[in-house]
Design a protein around this ligand. Structure first.
Ligand SMILES: Cc1cc2nc3c(=O)[nH]c(=O)nc-3n(C[C@H](O)[C@H](O)[C@H](O)COP(=O)(O)OP(=O)(O)OC[C@H]3O[C@@H](n4cnc5c(N)ncnc54)[C@H](O)[C@@H]3O)c2cc1C
Length: 479
């Protein structure tokens, strides 16, 4: 007899596991299927985010930042360090422990909320009556029947055509997060969010990092005033960034223990160049993952990118089947996946699940960090919207001076007539935390004057946000 559930979730990444927990909280019987395996072939819940994405990258960003501080910045505080060494194996071990804590945490939450977990690949199977059930391919094959199905199968790294990842020399995010030694020369194709974070990790640990980016603009999706400030900081730190390039043939050569990658490329002036590196990270975007679902067999509609087609409430083309997260349209961000997962579970319970796509924050965890919410100045200009802008540099913020980290600024954009905040863009220390206040403000449709009138603790980096709000009305007090 097939096991019956109110809801079956395929995928235990942020979209899937949050949907499963919320549905269980709302009284539904829930199964969640995930195929990710840890090094011992056991389950590793949390998807890309926990295993090879958000969590391990932030663990290594923290470790590498600590190393960078000890190497270059502690002396400014009168602290001298001698005999500083780097144990990459230990650093990777710590990262793996952090990942495992998160894997185990999700399993614990499933038990606490009575979500039944199945380890294996879930795929749609047509039944004789024209419906479908979900087959779980694992050691003990099982068939599950659900009144509602939520697909949350995420995404995978996009490879360059003709250059598959070998995770030895040509690395995706997976291989880039487990290099056993610091490569002397590291190449990176793509200067997006993930590429910049991974490049920063290894640069801080001592690699010479060269980035080749096809687009002519650095961080084209970011407000360009902020992107320019970040670009200056990254170049000063030693990242070599070439924009507007065309990548040609990529060859790997191995002679005994010596191996290298050679990348033929053309610069923006059309001149042929060659980049020779010890490892190459390819970070040119991610592809929605429907491999193994047998989606087409049951008529689940995909778009030209391979993403599952959904309406604004995450309903697919099949009745009773929903899809959330990286496998559908919209930004590929863990918190966007989570919001959609929770909203779908609430819709299944007859509630009004809601995702506000206008207030989804973005963060790039480099140093300086970059974070934003809402529209950029370029978007407002293109839309012909009248706006006011206020900026405040961290150079004039007492806490930033005390931290010894005064790079960057807060920039606030508000409607010229109503003063409603339309976007906030930050490059600088703790931008990832500072943006939360701005997300709340935008969710409540606050004006810049609202932020300017709110008391902010002194000395704190958040005073820069208040001052940017004051600057919108041309009355910054500390600059
Ligand atoms: C290096 C890196 C850093 C990142 N950093 C950030 C960050 O700082 N902040 C942020 O918001 N986002 C970040 N992201 C993006 C984030 O990881 C994704 O947006 C997020 O994981 C998407 O969640 P999801 O639930 O849609 O899918 P995923 O996390 O990809 O999870 C999908 C799960 O489904 C499973 N699965 C797939 N098919 C099947 C099947 N047929 N049967 C069973 N199981 C299946 C997979 O094994 C996986 O466990 C980062 C990504 C990378 C690569």
């Amino acid at each position: 007899m097939n096991k019956q559930f109110d809801v079956i979730v395929i995928g235990a990444g942020p979209g899937g596991y949050m949907a499963a927990i919320r549905a269980a909280q709302l009284g539904m019987s829930v199964a969640c299927i995930d195929e990710w395996k840890n090094s011992k072939d056991g389950p590793a819940l949390g998807g890309t985010c926990t295993n090879v994405g958000c969590i391990p990258s932030k663990a290594l960003l923290q470790s590498s930042e600590n190393f960078d501080h000890a190497s270059h910045h502690l002396a400014d505080h009168g602290i001298s360090v001698s005999g500083l060494t780097l144990d990459v194996t230990k650093m990777l071990g710590r990262k793996d422990t952090v990942v495992k804590q998160n894997n185990d945490g999700i399993l614990y939450l499933f038990k606490k909320n009575k979500v039944s977990f199945f380890h294996g690949r879930g795929s749609f199977v047509r039944t004789v009556d024209g419906g479908y059930e979900i087959k779980v391919a694992s050691a003990a094959e099982e068939a599950l029947v659900g009144k509602q199905i939520i697909v949350a199968t995420g995404s995978t790294a996009r490879a360059l055509p003709g250059t598959p990842f070998d995770e030895e020399l040509i690395l995706s995010n997976d291989g880039a997060l487990r290099m056993g030694a610091v490569p002397k020369r590291l190449g990176l194709i793509g200067s997006g969010v993930i590429g910049l974070e991974l490049g920063s990790v290894w640069r801080r640990l001592g690699s010479e990092v060269s980035i080749l980016e096809a687009l002519p603009t650095f961080l084209g999706a970011v407000d360009q005033q902020i992107a320019k400030e970040a670009y200056k900081a990254f170049v000063k730190q030693g990242l070599k960034i070439e924009l507007g390039v065309q990548v040609g043939e990529i060859r790997t050569t191995k002679k005994g223990k010596e191996a290298q990658v050679s990348v033929a490329w053309t610069n923006a002036k059309g001149e042929g160049q060659t980049l020779e590196v010890d490892k190459l990270i390819v970070s040119i975007g991610r592809v929605p993952n429907t491999i193994g679902l047998d989606a087409l067999a049951v008529g689940l509609k995909l778009d030209e990118r391979g993403a599952i087609v959904v309406d604004e409430d995450c309903r697919t083309s099949l009745p009773g089947v929903w899809a959330v997260g990286d496998v559908v349209r919209g930004p590929m961000l863990a918190h966007k996946a989570e919001e959609e997962g929770v909203a779908v579970a609430e819709r299944l319970a007859g509630q009004h699940g809601h995702v506000n796509f206008n207030t989804i924050p973005w963060v790039i965890y480099t140093s300086p960090e970059i974070a934003w919410v809402g529209q950029t100045e370029q978007q407002l200009k293109a839309a012909g919207r009248a706006y006011k802008s206020g900026t405040f540099p961290f150079l004039a913020n007492g806490r930033a001076r005390a931290l010894g980290d005064t790079t960057g600024m807060v920039k606030m954009l508000a409607d010229a007539a109503s003063d409603e905040i339309l976007g906030v863009h930050i490059v600088g220390p703790m931008a990832s935390e500072l943006i939360a206040e701005c997300v709340v403000a935008m969710a409540f449709r606050a004006s810049s004057e609202d932020i300017a009138r709110i008391c902010h603790a002194h000395p704190s980096l958040s005073e820069a946000t208040k001052e940017a709000a004051l600057a919108v009305a041309q009355r910054a007090l500390n600059f």
